[in-house]
Design a protein around this ligand. Structure first.
Ligand SMILES: [Zn+2]
Length: 257
């Protein structure tokens, strides 16, 4: 656990500056852009922290990597890191890769381990607004979502913005189940428009996102082109522990669903 881990890890997410820099947590190398690429394009200088960005020691061969066009995991990760760099550069963001292994490569880490690692990064980038996945579906996403909920519910993180995981949010009942998990963990979620947390308008943000998505060409190959949900409007929730005041100086613009 990092020094001082019992203290709140980041400044309150509910009072961002007018032009926030973000630290966006991404389960895999593509999720942040698929789910909030337009927001990233509006918040220049942000960081995308991808949790499952590690390369396994052995050059495993998995069905997903084969479908992506790779011979083995080493080739896959080398190419996917390059794709991530290209995509994030288009959005004006920088990559930060944690070395946890994607579930296709081995036994997943525990929630506590991922929470500790994310807390360290939130501290390192403590001037950035934390943006986390709801963790709606897929074991890796659910694990990251649980780690983020743990940080907020334990007050190690004062709050965060959560994004709806693109592709998975389109599955029937999945979003509702994700919001129920938040409530069960003692958290409150309020639907929020990006403008309400300070993201500047940028007319070409959607076009930048489309180009950034195209940079993940191996993943598009595995999906046989990305599902149409990646083109739907990005949606965000303000997450806080029950009992915290929701309306800080810039919080009044947060709408309710
Ligand atoms: Zn993913």
């Amino acid at each position: 656990m990092p020094p001082g881990a019992t203290q709140t890890a980041a400044r309150p997410a509910i009072t961002p500056s007018a032009s926030p820099r973000l630290i966006v947590v991404s389960p895999h190398l593509d999720d942040a852009v698929l789910s909030c690429g337009s927001l990233l394009a509006r918040c220049a200088g942000s960081v995308v922290c991808t949790v499952f960005a590690g390369k396994p020691v052995e050059p495993l061969r998995t069905d997903w990597d084969t479908a992506s066009g790779f011979g083995d995991a080493h080739e896959a990760m080398d190419a996917r890191w390059q794709e991530d760099e290209r995509a994030l550069a288009l959005c004006g963001a920088a990559p930060l890769w944690l070395d946890f292994l994607d579930s296709q490569y081995g036994v997943p880490p525990g929630v506590a381990e991922v929470a500790d690692a994310l807390e360290a990064q939130f501290r390192r980038f403590d001037s950035c607004l934390p943006v986390c996945p709801l963790g709606l579906w897929h074991s890796d996403h659910e694990l990251v979502g649980a780690a983020c909920r743990r940080l907020v519910s334990s007050r190690r993180l004062a709050g965060c913005i959560a994004y709806e995981d693109a592709i998975y949010r389109a599955m029937p009942g999945v979003l509702k189940a994700g919001l129920t998990r938040l409530r069960d963990d003692g958290l409150r979620a309020c639907f929020v428009h990006p403008r309400a947390f300070g993201a500047a308008a940028r007319s070409n943000a959607a076009a930048i996102k489309r180009r950034a998505i195209e940079a993940y060409e191996s993943q598009a190959r595995a999906f046989d082109s990305f599902p149409p949900d990646v083109k739907r409007r990005e949606r965000f929730w303000r997450i806080e522990s029950v009992g915290r005041a929701l309306n800080g100086p810039n919080g009044a613009g947060a709408g309710r669903r």
